[in-house]
Ligand binder design. Structure first.
Ligand code: SF4
Length: 254
C-alpha cells in the first residue's frame, strides 16, 4: 500500500551525516530558534512541511511557525473520521494565526472504496485503517518535501521517550524535526497561557490527545495523556512516527 520510494544507502548516509551536524550545531537552541533554522533558510533544508493534527497541543507549534513565516507549509491529514470540533479548530487557528499555506490532504477515495467501503476497517484492523487513512496519505504528500516537522514530545508517552529534535526518517528518506522534543506538559501549558492560545474545544471535556473520533476517548485522572487513544487495544501509535524506521541524532538539551 505504501507509495514511498525507499531511499538508497548512500542517501541515508548523507541524511544521517546532515542530521548529526544539525544536532551538534543546534545543541543549545530553543524550540523557536530551531524552527527559525528550519524555516528560514538552512542550507540543508529546502522544503519542509509541518504535519499538524490540530489536536490538543498543536496550537503551540503552529503559533511559533506563524511568528516566523505565515506561508510555511502546514499539512493536515484528513482521515474522514475527524471530530467536527477538530475541523473547526483547524479553521479557527488558521485564521487567528494568519496561516496562508495550510493544506488539507485527504485519503484517496479509490483506495477507500477498495479497502474500506463500509468505513469499518478501524473496528477490525486499526493498523490497516491508519495505514490507509494516515500513513499512505502522508507518504504520498511528503514526496514533495525534503523534510518534515512534528510536534512530538518525549513526555507524551513511553513510545515517544527517545524522540530527538533532529532525526532521519529512514522509511521516507527525509530529515525529521521535533522542535518540542524536550518540552514538558507544563512548558506547553505555560506557552499557551503566555500567548493566550485558544484551546481545542474537546480538551475541556477531558480529551487530552485527539485523533479520529472512533478511536479517541476521554482521559481519566492519573492516566497517560494518550491513554484515550485506541483504548483497550494494544495499539499505541498510528504509524506516522514509526520508531524502528527513525534514526535519532545525538541529545539536544536546550
Ligand atoms: S485513528 Fe482510527 S479511524 Fe483514524 S485512521 Fe487510525 S484506525 Fe482509522
Amino acid at each position: 500500500m505504501s507509495s514511498i520510494r525507499q531511499p538508497s544507502r548512500l542517501e541515508l548516509t548523507r541524511l544521517t551525516s546532515v542530521a548529526e551536524r544539525l544536532s551538534r550545531e543546534w545543541h543549545y537552541l530553543s524550540a523557536q530558534e530551531v524552527l527559525s533554522e528550519i524555516l528560514n533558510g538552512n542550507a540543508f533544508i529546502k522544503n519542509p512541511a509541518l504535519v499538524s493534527s490540530f489536536g490538543a497541543d498543536s496550537a503551540v507549534l503552529l503559533h511559533m511557525v506563524s511568528k516566523l513565516d505565515t506561508n510555511a507549509q502546514i499539512v493536515f491529514l484528513d482521515t474522514g473520521f475527524h471530530f467536527s470540533e477538530t475541523l473547526s479548530y483547524r479553521d479557527r487557528l488558521t485564521k487567528a494565526f494568519g496561516l496562508t499555506n495550510v493544506r488539507t490532504v485527504s485519503v484517496d477515495p479509490i483506495a477507500v472504496k477498495r479497502l474500506d467501503p463500509q468505513r469499518r476497517l478501524h473496528l477490525s484492523a486499526p493498523d490497516g485503517c491508519c495505514q490507509l487513512r494516515k500513513v499512505s496519505v502522508l507518504d504520498r504528500h511528503l514526496r514533495m518535501n525534503d523534510a518534515w516537522i512534528s510536534g512530538q514530545r518525549r513526555t507524551q508517552a513511553s513510545t515517544r521517550s527517545s524522540v530527538s529534535v533532529v532525526e532521519v526518517d529512514k522509511a521516507r528518506g527525509k530529515l525529521k524535526f521535533n522542535p518540542l522534543a524536550h518540552w514538558s506538559q507544563s512548558d506547553v501549558e505555560a506557552y499557551k497561557a503566555r500567548y493566550e492560545l485558544p484551546d481545542h474545544p474537546l480538551t475541556t471535556e477531558g480529551y487530552l490527545s485527539i485523533g479520529c473520533s472512533p478511536c479517541t476517548s476521554v482521559v481519566k485522572a492519573g492516566e497517560d495523556v494518550r491513554a484515550g487513544r485506541w483504548r483497550d487495544q494494544p495499539k499505541l501509535e498510528c504509524g506516522l512516527h514509526n520508531r524502528p524506521t527513525i534514526i535519532a541524532s545525538s541529545e539536544h538539551v536546550a
